[in-house]
Design a protein around this ligand. Structure first.
Ligand SMILES: [Cu+2]
Length: 150
């Protein structure tokens, strides 16, 4: 058979499909790519919840909006911090509403909007998308966690 890489061996009524090394290699290769992608997303989410720049009381974050998620899903600051969020969209226009500080924003694809506020309240505060961006829009939310200064 020229059309298929697999060799089909017929043993009486039994049919065995013997995978060629190319197919085995491709399966393992694809599996590794998927694992790396998953690891990448988890690593990105876990690391970006902490500020990239920590100039004393100013905490800077890069938040990415995409259908239908914000990454990171949570950012952490201390009470009294001056918080700067650089919000980017990598697909369609997305919104931003941080109710606790009444801050709204909209971000166009491949553009960055800067959001700034002082974290003068302690707790877990939600921000969510206010620009209809598709079927998962309603669930597009993330959090600002403000911890008490110890
Ligand atoms: Cu939306």
């Amino acid at each position: 058979m020229y059309g298929s890489i697999s060799k089909v061996i017929r043993l009486g009524k039994q049919t065995k499909v013997k995978k060629s090394w190319v197919e085995r290699f491709m399966s393992i290769f694809i599996l590794i790519i998927i694992m790396l992608a998953v690891y990448g997303v988890v690593y990105w989410n876990e690391t970006s919840r902490f500020p990239v720049l920590g100039e004393e009381d100013t905490k800077v974050f890069y938040v990415t909006a995409l259908m239908w998620e914000y990454y990171p899903t949570e950012i952490r600051v201390l009470e009294g911090d001056n918080v700067i969020i650089h919000l980017t969209s990598i697909d369609v226009p997305h919104g931003f509403y941080l109710e606790a500080w009444n801050i709204t924003s909209n971000v166009s694809p491949n553009q960055t909007e800067t959001i700034e506020f002082t974290a003068d309240k302690v707790g877990k505060f939600e921000f969510y998308c206010i620009f209809y961006c598709g079927i998962g829009h309603e669930d597009m939310r993330a959090y600002v966690v403000v911890e008490e200064k110890g």
